[in-house]
Design a protein around this ligand. Structure first.
Ligand code: HEC
Ligand code: HEC
Ligand code: HEC
Length: 443
């Protein structure tokens, strides 16, 4: 695409003026107007395109879209320990959306967590991370949002318990948990590292899910050390080789962020599948590489290792499991006639993941993954594995749609528990277990 710089255009026509007759000057003025208009249109298109890329990197859509047919119309519920709040409509609608926000209002909302009327936004809106964004990037996102179809619909009202229904309480929350300030690049580091730091910390707000929170729901100092998100574990992604991602290669991290699959290491399900689907799969290879460069340098944290001596993907050996499987009858009924783990596995999982759990399709990113050397099966808790069994996997990638069926409707709580405990013992970390009671809560 060619963009014509408005100033250059004006200068060029200024020079022409010196020798053209008056009538031609008038004509050239009109012509210049048209060209300047075209230049503006090109510049606008480039700005909108950049805004779209940034909005994806910042994953605005994930939290502001409850109905895919009405992108950015808000209404996504956030269940917090003290109640439920709903995201707002950020389409250009003038009544229910943000059509009436000035650029300054918009910047204030995104970067400072302040609404137009001075109210504090709840930090479910990650202004704690976005505060680092530059004016240019926020205004590019705004330019893109202006091109979205307006939706004339209000988000449902929040249901928060006292004192959190008092927005003034947020002022105090902010005193403890919010540092307003722009991203400062570190001149002692490479441009790639700085870009990665900006992407991870400001735009993609990885820490909002991966950093443990304090009792006030603020981010703790253990950046990216892993956190519980409802029923999901957002694992430690610091460079620690056991607790974190120190054992992953750069190529594996890039493949995971781009496709949601790093065969032999991990697959992205649940909230991370959404991050890949809405956000990281759209990032350029250079941006993904920059993020990895930065992630390699954050302080390593041992949080979440729980005394384990192997990394999450270090568990599982096909030899061991084949030996263990040998001499075992394939259909056994346990006490009370309940199916045992192996039977449940053969009946429900083996068709895709293989009866030895080795998966189908090997290192192909579209493969049915091996259950050995998979972080959900090798983690020190069985939460993510249980969520995957209950709710399945759904992830749009650049090469197609990955999906695993949900078993919540097929298996009882105790069957899920039996199956999950079999899978972790057989293919992963045997200390990770789940009870039927906990499965009931995770449904
Ligand atoms: C993790 C979830 C999440 C993400 C990501 C997110 N938002 Fe929000 N946003 C919310 C929630 C929840 C609210 C409502 C907060 C409240 O009511 O206090 C909100 C409120 C807002 C508001 C205030 C609207 C108003 O009327 O005052 C704006 C503007 C906004 N978001 C823009 C954005 C933009 C732009 C992005 C991407 C750069 C984004 N949000 C990403 C959750 C999110
Ligand atoms: C909305 C919450 C959320 C956000 C935002 C998020 N993650 Fe995650 N992430 C998760 C969850 C949950 C998992 C576990 C997924 C699973 O087990 O399938 C995960 C898993 C991962 C893993 C795999 C770890 C392992 O051992 O399997 C990596 C790497 C990762 N995230 C990196 C990132 C990066 C980089 C960002 C920012 C671009 C990010 N995440 C943003 C929730 C999130
Ligand atoms: C119809 C085929 C199919 C069946 C049946 C199936 N899966 Fe999957 N499974 C998949 C696909 C596809 C994926 C996603 C691969 C990806 O993420 O790229 C997957 C992913 C997984 C993952 C990785 C998730 C993560 O977050 O790392 C685990 C663990 C898993 N399945 C376990 C099971 C178990 C246990 C059963 C039996 C209850 C089962 N699967 C049944 C196809 C299947």
């Amino acid at each position: 695409m060619t963009t014509i710089n408005k100033n250059t255009t004006r200068r060029r026509f200024g020079a022409l003026r010196k020798w053209l007759p008056a009538s031609a000057i008038a004509l050239s003025g009109m012509f210049a107007g048209t060209l300047a208009h075209a230049a503006n249109a090109n510049a606008d298109a480039a700005l909108v395109k950049r805004g779209e890329y940034l909005a994806r990197a910042a994953d605005c859509i994930a939290c502001h879209t409850s109905n895919k047919a009405q992108p950015y119309a808000g209404g996504v519920p956030f269940d917090l320990p003290f109640g439920t709040i709903y995201s707002t409509n950020i389409t250009p609608d003038k009544t229910y959306g943000i059509g009436n926000l000035s650029d300054a209002d918009f910047i204030g909302a995104v970067r400072e967590g302040k609404s137009k009327d001075g109210k504090r936004l709840y930090p479910a809106m990650p202004y704690t991370s976005y505060t680092q964004l530059t004016d240019d990037d926020i205004l590019a996102i705004r330019a893109y949002l202006r091109t979205i179809a307006p939706v004339g619909k209000a988000a449902p009202a929040n249901t928060l318990g006292f004192p959190f229904n008092q927005r003034w309480a947020m002022v105090f929350w902010n005193l403890f948990n919010f540092d307003s300030g722009r991203f400062q690049s570190d001149p002692s580091k490479s441009a790639e590292w700085n870009r990665g730091a900006y992407l991870v910390g400001a735009l993609a707000h990885c820490q909002e899910c991966h950093t443990p929170r304090n009792f006030m729901q603020g981010l703790s100092g253990k950046s990216l050390a892993g956190a519980q998100l409802g029923n999901w574990s957002a694992y430690n992604i610091t460079p620690d080789p056991i607790a974190g991602i120190g054992g992953w290669s750069d190529a594996e991290l890039i493949a995971y962020l781009r496709d949601g699959a790093a065969p032999g290491v991990a697959n992205a399900a649940g909230p991370m599948a959404e991050v890949v689907e809405n956000s990281t799969r759209f990032l350029s290879d250079q941006d993904l590489k920059s993020m990895v460069t930065y992630l390699r340098t954050v302080p390593a944290q041992t949080h979440g290792a729980d005394g384990s001596t192997k990394s999450r993907f270090g568990w599982g050996s096909s030899i061991e499991s084949v030996t263990a499987l040998r001499n075992q009858p394939l259909t056994v009924l346990g006490a009370g006639g309940a199916a045992d783990g192996r039977t449940l596995f053969n009946a429900n999982c083996a068709s895709c993941h293989g009866w030895q759990g080795t998966g189908v399709g090997g290192k192909d990113s579209g493969a049915y993954p091996s259950l050995m050397h998979n972080t959900s099966v090798g983690a020190s808790n069985a939460d993510n594995l249980t969520m995957v069994v209950l709710h399945g996997v759904s992830r749009q990638t650049n090469n197609g749609h990955m999906s695993m069926p949900a078993f919540a409707g097929e298996l009882s709580d105790s069957e899920v528990a039996t199956l999950v405990n079999f899978v972790t013992t057989q293919f992963g970390n045997p200390s990770a277990t789940i009870t039927a009671d906990k499965v009931a809560k995770m449904r």
